[in-house]
Design a protein around this ligand. Sequence first.
Ligand code: GLV
Length: 300
Amino acid sequence: MSQPLPEPSTSELLAGFEVVVGRPGAWESEAPHHLPGSDALVPTPRERVTEALLALAPRLKVVANCAVGTDNVDLDACRRRGVVVTNTPGVLTEATADLTWLLILAVTRRFREGDALIRSGSWDGWKPLELLGTSLDGRTLGVYGMGRIGKAVARRAEAFGMRVVGTVEGDPPEAFERLLAESDVLTIHAPLTPATRGRFGAPELARMKEGAVLVNTARGPVVDEPSLASALASGHLGGAGLDVFEKEPAVHPGLLGLPNVVLLPHLGSATTESRLGMARTACEEAARVLRGEEPRNRVA
Ligand code: GLV
């Protein structure tokens, strides 16, 4: 285990196995010590599982990623070495969709500025023109990546009176252009792959509607962060809600000072229920492969 996970997970599902638990942030220094003797590895999105690290792990049979995204794992290198890779779909879908809506609402209703006004002690009462946001009713929500999470976000849009346009992998280019052109709020739910890396760069952001809001609870590198900071600073985009960043834990400095940007530290799946579900799924998958059974959520 690269880091401690919510319990009961290892204690129940890996009972009978020797479990070694790493410390958050210590992966680079700890992995070379632990990998040579490991039969299974349970990393989180924070730890990169590279070809060089796999070369240190001759016994490794399974990488049971404690996440739905697997961009932290070199899948081809695992395939070449016959190492199974699994993920944790399903258990975090609703939590991530909820957090997406938290960001949409926080940006469009200027949550940060309102909260700051109260705490500053300078709020002197209700004003007709104070901190006006944008109504969502009748607007268009664009969903880039209509998979499990994208669809859960789209379902919630009905309750807010929003029209939804979405794209899936393999759509013709016109679908992406329509998403850019029509979305008042555009939310990203595609996995990070070579095809989606940098998909929202300066030219794409420029083709978005004036005043549109961009939300990302998927993976930071899908968006070119410096270009996003420029599009916000120029006023072309109306705001952004970001739970993920290009070079976590770093955040582009141009995003930090903007009042219309809400930033969260990769909390999409961070409910007690979802994180326990992820931990239990990952432990179960590791145990299944070590027992010689077929895992339920195999990605490589
Ligand atoms: C978290 O980011 C995940 O991919 O599950």
